[in-house]
Design a protein around this ligand. Sequence first.
Ligand SMILES: [Fe+2]
Ligand SMILES: [Fe+2]
Length: 206
Amino acid sequence: MRTLPRIVLFTIFLGLIVACHPKPVKTIENLKSDCIGESTASAKYAAFAEKAKAEGFDTVAIMFTAISKSEAIHAANDINVLQKLGEKAVELQLGKFEVLSTKENLASAIKGEKYEVETLYPGFIGTAKKERCAEGVKTFTRAYSTEKKHLEFNSDALTSLNSQGEIAIPAGWFVCPVCGNTYNNTSVTAACDLCMNTPDNFIVFN
Ligand SMILES: [Fe+2]
Ligand SMILES: [Fe+2]
């Protein structure tokens, strides 16, 4: 076959591939909305940490600070995926949140994480799969898996405060800078179970 017809055929083939993978419109919307949600969650946990410190719950404050960083990493990862999909930066307008007592803040955090784990991320992941957006599936799945852990950490902390104070809450916390995965000194593993990053790269909170 001569070179020119080959180039024409190749161009048609590329065009067909692009036509078969249209822009993941809903996933792009979800990434933008998630970026705002995760940024708001990060600000909320930072405010909860300040309140915990003011109430003398220093260990809960450390946990909240670590979770705040994790949510900020999720937001940054949303922006990275949006850029890969050819989208411009998101205009960040943070949502509203309330800061009450630390026990009430833990209850509110549990409610928020529960919604993300049971409703928000399963929906986002399902849509990204339907739209064949592998990067969307990856970033939403990593956030989903981490929010499940946040749900558990907040629930355990509230149980501890209601029964024996802060004594059962781990004092050392770690966040994977790549995916936001969150560990404490009783759960840290040889490598991040979501992105295989090694613990020497983790951000330490204590
Ligand atoms: Fe979370
Ligand atoms: Fe990770």
